[in-house]
Design a protein around this ligand. Structure first.
Ligand code: SF4
Ligand code: ZN
Length: 313
């Protein structure tokens, strides 16, 4: 006989959450997911009632579940959906379509930064350059910058991202073992703006395990992408997930314990580690180490490569 949901005691349980000792029916699971977002936002004081919040949507399950869950958790709050179209053939347009559908569904304003239209280049252009093995890193640099630009246009000072618990733990392990201490500090649930005028970054899914965002999207029928980024092959994500899975097998609480320890550690590091000093980029005003930010460097580089190509033709 199927077991009954531990919350409502009437419907059949379909989702097991061993770390919480819970088996839930779909309705109670959706409620549990939304309440955890609400509690996380409140615990870390991520935003005030009167602050409009930008949500960085990628088309993937995490950011889709995030926007949908935030809307349910805070029905009176103003949210704005932000999407960056990187010009990855097929994939970027597919994700944009899903992101637009989602924004429509939850009835929020939607802003797009189209890299091709705005800068005349696409992420794909980096494929034939020295960055061909670092496309994801270039992608990250572009997204960090363009989401800030979108936030400015949308008039929001808070930017929510869909980083889940597994993402955070994966980054923490990588940065910890490679001794990148300043990077560890960036993984906090709330990151104040590095310079005035930029957004405060918040991670309302920091306590949400990856698989639960997928389940949320499936049960709540939230639109999200049905294809993988062509550059995701060979990234460390799957490796990290496998490692977390193995470590959690004998101890279902492993992820939660590790996150607690890392968050404590990042607080200690924040006190003791000097952050590199930053100066505004002379071109765009974004924070930089030496007067030109990483985004402006990449854009200038690729434009030079492309104009050389045209000259040679
Ligand atoms: Fe960007 Fe890499 Fe993710 Fe593709 S897999 S969207 S290139 S970070
Ligand atoms: Zn710049």
């Amino acid at each position: 006989m199927p077991i009954k949901c531990r919350k409502c005691h009437s419907a059949d349980a379909e989702i097991s959450l061993p770390y919480a000792g819970l088996s839930l029916c779909p309705e109670c699971f959706l409620d549990y997911y939304v309440k955890r977002i609400k509690r996380t936002v409140e615990k870390y004081r991520m935003f005030r009632e009167d602050e409009p919040v930008g949500v960085a949507i990628s088309g993937g399950k995490d950011s889709a579940a995030l926007l949908h869950g935030l809307r349910r958790a805070f029905p009176d709050q103003e949210f704005v959906g932000l999407y960056v179209n990187l010009g990855i053939p097929e994939y970027s347009d597919h994700c944009q379509e899903k992101a637009e559908k989602l924004a429509d569904l939850v009835d929020v304003e939607f802003h797009v930064f189209d890299l091709k239209k705005e800068e005349g280049i696409s992420l794909n252009d980096f494929r034939r350059t020295v960055f061909k093995k670092k496309i994801c890193s270039v992608c990250g640099t572009i997204k960090r910058h363009t989401f800030e630009e979108l936030a400015k246009r949308a008039g929001v000072k808070v930017l929510a991202t869909g980083h889940n618990m597994d993402d955070i733990l994966g980054f923490m392990f990588n940065n910890f073992f490679s001794g990148q201490w300043p990077q560890l500090i960036r993984l906090k649930p709330v990151l104040p703006p590095p310079t005035p005028g930029l957004t405060r970054k918040i991670k309302p899914l920091i306590r949400t395990p990856e698989r639960e965002s997928l389940l949320y999207c499936l049960y709540a029928e939230v639109p999200f992408r049905e294809m993988d980024c062509p550059y995701s092959r060979g990234t460390k994500t799957k490796e990290r997930l496998r490692m977390l899975e193995t470590l959690s097998q004998d101890n279902p609480n492993f992820r939660h314990q590790a996150l607690r320890i890392f968050l404590k550690l990042s607080k200690i590091l924040e006190r003791d580690i000097e952050q590199p000093s930053i100066v505004p980029c002379t071109n765009c005003g974004f924070p930089s180490l030496n007067g030109t930010c990483a985004y402006c460097k990449r854009i200038a580089y690729i434009k030079k490569v492309l104009s050389k190509d045209t000259e040679e033709k």
